[in-house]
Design a protein around this ligand. Sequence first.
Ligand code: NHR
Ligand code: GAR
Length: 224
Amino acid sequence: MSKPALPIVVLISGSGSNLQAIIDAIKARQLNAEIKAVISNRADAFGIERAKQAGITTHIIDHRKHPDRENFDQAMIQIIDSYQPALVVLAGFMRILTDDFVNHYQDRMINIHPSLLPEFRGLNTHQRVLEAGRDKHGVSIHYVTSELDSGPLVIQAMVNIENSDTADSLAEKIHQQEHIIYPMTIQWLAEERLQCKNNQLFFNHQPLTSPLIWENNTLQNSNT
Ligand code: NHR
Ligand code: GAR
């Protein structure tokens, strides 16, 4: 791999299984990135243990110790910018970010959201998809903009819903897909195969006008 490793900072709030998938892909040399730091807003996030286990610097920034969202976000900006990341990765990060924060990282911050956006923005998506009686579910990776779960869509992975599925079994199926497509997407960025300029996506140097689709372990796209 000739290009330098992509410096990234990962933001988490919980289990950190997506963080683990990124750590593992870097170790396996499938992903040419370097995690400069992991930041959690919760001290008890298991992802912090995962990061420490991997020898990665960690920070706890507890939102409850800040008077408002602006103040919390400014504290995060200070820490994040000290690492000069090319990319900020939201991996199960559960705090809505202010416009100032989002604008500061325009074209440099991605999120993984457990639904086929634009459907089912927000929280508790697995339960809501079941209640809506859908037979398809999925997960989306998008650039973060100030409108929640609405930034440019990079890729969506599809999951079939069976009659026997529960919110827990769907979460597990979604996690399996996430652990494939999140490291893959970050590697595309490291390779500059994927780019975001002024909120416009390019894949293989062509404008990406609809999201890439990952289904049956295969990338479905015209401009690959
Ligand atoms: N911030 C902005 N501005 N834009 C986005 O698209 C964002 C974002 C922050 C997080 C992840 C998102 C998801 O993938 C994300 C996308 C948390 C909430 C939420 O309601 C909603 C969406 C997402 C993450 N959080 C509550 C809040 O008051 C707190 C919930 C909790 O702490 O458990 O911030 O779904
Ligand atoms: C993932 O399924 C991710 O899509 C979802 O939280 C989980 C985090 O898992 N994100 C959101 O719901 C964002 N609001 P992890 O901590 O094991 O990576």
